[in-house]
Design a binder for this molecule. Structure first.
Ligand code: ADP
Length: 411
């Protein structure tokens, strides 16, 4: 890497999509930490179909979003198309200013507790984890291989969704099942969205004017997927997602917590197959299963029109959230802040208000005026008297991946 290499390309490769951002990590003029200026962002979706679509926004030049439609056969073709878009803006992957490529990797098991420069052994280990992340790790691996082929000389870094959660104590991470069976099949709580929980808990400490080591935070990442975490002094001590991202909160299409016997019942009594149950719990449950919609905006609109099913779905969603706030308050002992983040957490004021309603005894309250403010900035929404700060902290997983990647290749 040359001294001028300050750019990081962040790649988030899904099974049929690639999201990307090119960031410049040059320290700001005040000599502070890396700025993370976005130079370009984009998305390739429906890879492998006739109607693939690439949307590229060249932020560096201030140009409009360029959209192209047409078949993109595979991830290699997708990345080549992205590279061509970047080149058209003078930001090509062949630029000496590119320092590294940072890859979001969903499952890092227990082995990967920090961002890791990818070599053959690391790639093998990510492959070994495919059985516990069959939906995600294969796509991440494809993204890595494709990027390696395009720039074999460049450091490629894996940033794992699970890494932040590897500090959980054994009693929080283990399920109460036969130890030999659990160990043989690597069954335990891993947790996901770790990059977001790490970023948001740190930003929350910053908002309180404290060092992360001094504060205990409950982070509520409420997107289409949703998870909660208990973070004590900057370290994760518990999180709601488990072996897979199915456990925990009610989500857009996933059930979250459920009696595992429901799955036997569905097979034995309802005659469903393993795959049917998988699809039911991951794709047809949660808010969409309860009321037919998974977008919180639509659900709120229906509630305003008096729709009872939407109301019940909302109430079930909030009830589960409250249970986790209560549980993690007990786990942490002392809570300094509850931070809301991701699509729902950042935008849905009624969700934030309802989640802490009635929890005054626990030191939690929301100021209606502050809660109603719309802003992209981290902010407090609790009244001054409240013992626990309630915060809205927009997450930025790409920036976190870029920062971790850049720090590692410069270490
Ligand atoms: P993911 O990354 O898990 O796909 P996001 O964090 O982008 O999800 O969150 C998407 C969800 O955020 C949407 O499904 C919708 O429910 C919710 N959302 C987005 N904007 C708003 C809004 N203005 N008000 C309420 N909910 C919103």
């Amino acid at each position: 890497m040359t001294a001028t290499a300050t750019r990081v390309l962040v790649l988030n490769s899904g099974s049929s999509s690639v999201k990307y951002q090119l960031l410049d990590m040059k320290p700001d003029s005040a000599g502070g930490s890396a700025a993370g200026t976005r130079l370009a962002v984009g998305l390739v979706e429906r890879i492998g179909e006739e109607t693939s679509r690439l949307a590229h926004t060249p932020l560096a030049t201030g140009g409009d979003t360029r959209e192209t439609e047409g078949p993109i056969a595979d991830h290699e073709a997708a990345l080549k198309a992205v590279a061509a878009e970047l080149s058209a803006d003078g930001l090509g992957l062949d630029s000496p200013q590119l320092a590294a490529i940072g890859h979001r990797v969903v499952h890092g098991g227990l082995k990967f507790t920090a961002p890791t420069v990818i070599d053959d052994a690391v790639l093998k280990e990510i492959e070994r984890l495919v059985p516990v992340a069959p939906l995600h790790n294969p796509a991440n691996i494809t993204g890595i291989r494709t990027a390696q082929a395009l720039r074999p000389d460049l450091p490629q870094v894996a940033v794992f969704d699970t890494a932040f959660h590897t500090t959980m104590p054994e009693y929080a991470a283990r399920y109460a099942i036969d130890v030999a069976t659990a160990d043989a099949h690597r069954i335990r709580r891993y947790g996901f969205h770790g990059t977001s929980h790490a970023y948001v808990s740190r930003k929350t400490a910053e908002l309180l004017g404290k060092d992360p080591s001094e504060v205990n935070v409950i982070v509520l990442h409420l997107g289409n997927g949703a998870s909660a975490s208990a973070v004590a002094g900057g370290r994760c001590v518990d999180t709601s997602m488990g072996l897979t991202p199915l456990e925990g909160l009610v989500m857009g299409t996933r059930s979250g917590d459920i009696d595992p016997a429901v799955t036997f019942h569905l097979k034995r009594v309802a005659g469903m197959s393993e795959d049917d149950v998988d699809v039911l719990l991951n794709k047809k449950s949660g808010l969409v299963g309860l009321c037919g919609d998974n977008d919180m905006r639509e659900i709120r609109r229906r509630i305003d029109e008096g729709d009872e099913r939407a109301r019940l779905a909302f109430d079930i969603y909030i009830h589960r959230l409250k249970k986790y706030i209560g549980a993690y308050t007990a786990v942490l002992g002392r809570v300094d802040a509850v931070a809301f983040t991701a699509g729902v957490g950042e935008n849905a004021a009624p969700v934030r208000a309802a989640a802490v309603a009635g929890l005054e005894e626990m030191g939690l309250a929301v100021d209606a005026d502050l809660n109603a403010v719309r802003s992209g900035e981290p902010r407090l929404i609790s009244p001054e008297y409240a013992r626990v700060a309630v915060a809205v902290v927009p997450t930025d997983e790409e920036l976190e991946i870029a920062q971790q990647t850049y720090a590692l290749v410069n270490a």
